[in-house]
Design a protein around this ligand. Structure first.
Ligand code: FAD
Ligand code: DLZ
Ligand code: SF4
Length: 514
């Protein structure tokens, strides 16, 4: 009797939990390109192309490893259009005695998997996804014991558990966290590391042609498609990162430069999230670079913290907070994002860079996401659920379990501070300090009032003034609130009028592009 093992698009790991102990003789692996997944939001064209091409290549890798794989392409005439519909079709073909599947990465898909047992009348075993260090139960146990869910405490537990950068039970260098050393601005430099670019093979070219035709209305570009789509190529990108970029990853983690999309970042998130690379293995290799004296501690600790700290923690929060987390809107924000979030056509240079690069490549680095597009959306009072949709659409590494807590929680303060003690807001001064954007901007970053004033400046103070009832007692905002109170009544009025004028012009600039 047959066992059916569906492998979803973010389960592209050769020894995924659902295949372990299965007998290749009696197991049918099912991989499904389906409309429901490609259109539940208007994903960036490059994101769809990456996922479908990686899926097709992974099907080949599974076959080479001895599995029987049945693969439904998006344009197969009989395609049922959803995971459930495709399982039903496979059920008719094979009359399986059971289904084994690795848990889905989001509430929507988990509900689907959980409906199958009743729907198909056969046992459905949903296995825990052990590509993550902390299971849902582990996170629950950790969270249940504390009042405040600060990431740093979770991270320390993960360090202890994995032994990463631990010596004799103590953190390497006698400190857990070297973040303060990781805030240097960068200079444009011809010696900057470059990530590898991968030429599309015939399989990827087929996918690109189909995506161009079928998803012409979706945002983003397919031109110069460069992503790795196999575990081997993703591994080459990882090796390139360890060799050339990791040593300075820490120093320049928060830096931004015109025309530089990658700086010293790893650009591995799409491969980790879809399963081509193993996160713990990457951390162990980063540690080995430190132990061999090829990378400094601040870089390696920073890199490891992003993965076993932030990445695992975000997943824990997503599942702990439940399917209605997406509706939280602590600051009661309801503005639409401006239409130029889908075109990049704005004369604010920082936003033009971050959005333009996003539309071209489906990638932007963390500080662009947090302190440029995220900061701006928060300052203008954009609806956090809508901001979430934009991030879920446009980034190649975006799956709801990681994107939602980053966007709605960390970036938009929609949960009122569950995972950050204050909103990530800044005036133009921060962007000026961390980038070279302001020097060539039509706006003047030093001005708050007047037609040439950097919009971030008045918006920043206006945000604080608007939310004094909710944020005025936040200790971490005590200094800016004191500064605001010290300004003259006339200055404060002028600032608020400047912000109001800017917001009115935004609202008149045309509809959002969802
Ligand atoms: P690096 O800077 O090289 O970092 C190393 C690795 O650490 C990454 O590959 C990633 O796996 C992990 N990591 C770093 N920061 C985070 C974080 N905050 N949360 C989870 N993992 C992290 N990351 C996603 O993977 N998917 C998303 O959809 C996503 N949406 C985001 C939305 C917003 C508003 C913000 C502020 C951040 C978001 N991030 C998301 C986190 C982060 O921006 C990306 O992980 C990072 O930019 C990926 O590029 P990289 O691989 O070069 O990362
Ligand atoms: C994101 C995505 C897209 C665009 N298309 C598919 C697809 O056609 N088939 C598939 O198996 N997976 C796809 N994915 C990824 C899934 O949405 C992802 O695997 C689920 O979110 C898992 O929870
Ligand atoms: Fe952005 Fe303001 Fe700097 Fe222009 S001046 S790049 S709008 S921060």
């Amino acid at each position: 009797k047959t066992t059916l093992v569906p492998i979803l698009g973010d389960q592209l790991t050769i020894d995924i939990a659902s295949l372990r102990d299965c007998d290749p003789e009696t197991t049918i692996v099912l991989m499904m390109e389906v409309d429901e997944e490609t259109t539940y939001v208007r994903h960036h064209k490059r994101k769809i192309a990456y996922i479908l091409s990686a899926m097709r290549h992974h099907a080949e890798a599974l076959r080479e490893a001895g599995w029987t794989v049945e693969y439904t392409k998006l344009d197969d005439p009989d395609n049922a259009g959803s995971f459930t519909g495709e399982i039903a079709r496979a059920g008719e073909r094979h009359d399986p005695e059971r289904i084994i599947v690795t848990e889905g990465g989001e509430w929507r898909v988990m509900a689907m998997l959980e409906s199958w047992e009743t729907l198909f009348g056969i046992p459905v075993e949903i296995r825990s996804d052990d590509r993550f260090l902390a299971s849902h139960a582990d996170f629950e146990t950790w969270a249940a014991e504390r009042k405040s869910l600060t990431m740093e405490w979770f991270y320390r537990q993960m360090r202890t558990r994995t032994g990463l950068l631990m010596t004799g039970g103590k953190p390497e260098g006698d400190r857990w966290n070297f973040d303060k050393e990781n805030r240097k601005p960068a200079k444009n430099d011809l010696l900057m590391p470059r990530p590898l670019m991968f030429e599309p093979d015939a399989m990827t070219k087929d996918v690109l042609a189909m995506v161009a035709e079928r998803f012409a209305e979706h945002p983003g570009s397919l031109d110069g498609f460069e992503y790795a789509v196999t575990a081997e190529d993703a591994e080459r990108q990882a090796a390139n990162f360890f060799r050339h970029a990791l040593p300075q990853f820490g120093d320049y983690e928060d830096a931004m430069l015109t025309g530089e999309r990658h700086l010293w970042h790893s650009i591995l998130s799409p491969y980790i999230n879809s399963g081509l690379l193993d996160p713990l293995d990457l951390c162990r290799r980063a540690e080995a670079e430190y132990r061999a004296g090829r990378a400094p501690l601040n870089a390696v600790e920073g890199y490891i913290r992003q993965i076993i700290g932030w990445r695992e923690y975000m997943r824990g929060i997503y599942w702990r907070e439940g399917p209605d987390y997406v509706e939280r809107n602590f600051l009661d924000h309801h503005r639409e994002l401006p239409g130029w979030y889908w075109t990049g056509e704005t004369d604010m240079h920082c936003l033009r860079e971050a959005i333009g690069q996003t539309l071209e490549t489906a990638h932007a680095h963390h500080i662009q996401r947090l302190m440029v597009t995220g900061n701006f959306a928060l300052l203008i009072g954009a609806d956090p659920a809508k901001v979430h949709l934009w991030y879920l659409e446009v980034y190649v590494d975006a799956y709801e379990w990681v994107e939602l807590p980053n966007t709605l929680g960390m970036s938009q303060f929609g949960d009122g501070g569950l995972l950050g003690s204050k909103p990530y807001i800044s005036s133009g001064a921060y962007i000026d300090r961390m980038s070279d954007y302001c020097g060539t901007c039509r706006y003047n970053v030093k001005q708050r009032i007047g037609p040439d004033a950097c919009p971030f400046n008045a918006l920043y103070w206006d945000f604080l003034a608007r939310h004094e009832d909710k944020l005025g007692r936040n200790n971490r905002l005590a200094m800016p609130y004191r500064n605001w109170a010290k300004q003259s009544e006339a200055d404060r009025e002028a600032t608020r009028a400047q912000a109001a004028g800017f917001l009115a012009s935004l609202d008149a600039s045309g509809p959002a592009g969802y």
